[in-house]
Every structure is written in structure tokens, then in C-alpha cells.
Design a protein around this ligand. Sequence first.
Ligand SMILES: [Zn+2]
Length: 269
Amino acid sequence: MQFIDTHCHIHDSEFSKKYAQSVEDIIKNAKNVGINKYICVGTSAVSSKQAVEFSNKYSGAYASLALHPHEISDIGAEKCNTEFLKLEPLIKASNKKIIAIGECGLDYFYHPQTDVQQAQQVLFRSHIDLALKYDLPLIFHIRDAFDDFFKILDEYNLKGLKVKGVVHSFSAHMPQLVGCLDRGLYIGLNGIMTFTRDQLQLDAAKAVPLDKLLLETDAPFLTPKPFRGMMCELKHVVNTAEFLSNLRNESLNKISEFTSTNAINLFSL
Ligand SMILES: [Zn+2]
């Protein structure tokens, strides 16, 4: 059985140095349980560049580039503009290992201030424009901001510009799920599902059509049960898959097949 981790940050030096084991060991552990492909997701210009370098070094690694919406408050909107401009040259210089733009989007959970939210929207649109220019799918980070997210996507879709991608770390409820599916998006589920106490999140996770489901770890974050308290690594994607297999009453084999095919199709892996 194979699994694809569509969202991790093990390439990021800020996190990789915190693991007790080497990156090579993390990759080897993953291979032992059938994970041969994984997407290293950028959150800043620096970590996006590191994702590209990592994907050039390790055959199973792929890179996604973006500034996380948190960057607006972390470094300021103006600095975000100049940092964002560093992404396109990476794409131009790249081989085929850059397969997506993300994680980008809107996070109103941590940022209730209107000016920050507006700046996030501007930065988010820049990412969508970049993805459309290079015909790449997007990896969306959306938290407490689905109304504005859908509004922005619909503006593009109305112009006939087809925005494709995955809502990563989906942990919202049925209305938001329906909104994502109506717009043809994939849904990325991770360790949150194994420890959430929100039944409505689980109801939505059950309702994701198999042909729209993707697996991810968000490593080093969101370690699934029963390994809470440990650093999350690629191999833990299997624990989330097993949990979903029970929750959804589908064989692990079926989850493996569909989620792998979906990842290969969306990201052209
Ligand atoms: Zn992430």
C-alpha cells in the first residue's frame, strides 16, 4: 500500500533541527510504511527556497511555494510584497519539482483586525494569480474565513479562470465542505481528525467524497493519536489513514488507492 503526504514542513530548517533523528531517517521511516512521495510546503520566501532545495536533493520530495497568511502580521504587508516577488524566479529556474503554490490563504482566527484581513486578501490574490500564470494548483490555508475565501474564488471562476487546489488541514463543518466541493476543491485531512472532540468536524470528514480526499501530516505539527506529544513525521500519515478508514467504514486499501491517485492527479506527481 502506498500513501502520499501532501503537506509537511520537514524541509524547513526551523523545524528539521528540532527532530531527534536525521531527515534521512524520517524519509526512511516513511518508506518503510509505503510513503515514497511527499510535498514540502513553504510558508515564507526562505522556507519556499528551502523546499525547492530539499526537493532537488531527495527524489520523493516535491515543493510548494508561498507566504503563509500569518506573514502579514509577522513581517508586515510591505515586506510581504518584496518577499512574494522572490517566489516567481524560483519557479522560472526550477525543474519539475515545484508542483503547487501554497500554503496561502486567509486566517481570521488569529487575526481579527480588518486591516490585517484586507492585507491577507491582497496577498492571497497575488498567489492565485501566480498559480494561474504557471498553471499550478494551490494549497489553501483557510481558518474562520470561508465566506471571503469563496467570494474571492468565485470572482476568478466567474471570469472563467479555473482555480484548482486543496483546502489543507480541513477542520470545518458541512456547510464549508459543501462550499469547497461546489468549487471543485480537494479536501486535505490530517491528525486533527484523530483527536478532535468536535463531532461536526468528524461528520464533515465522513462526508468528503473519496475522489476529493487527500492525506497530509502538516509535520512537525498535529501528530495523530496515539502519538500525541511526539514530533509528527511523514510516517504518521498512515495513522490518520487508519483512523479515517474506521470512521468512514472504508478499507485502508481503498483510502490508500484513492488518496494517492487524487494527489498524483491534482499535483501531477
Ligand atoms: Zn502547514
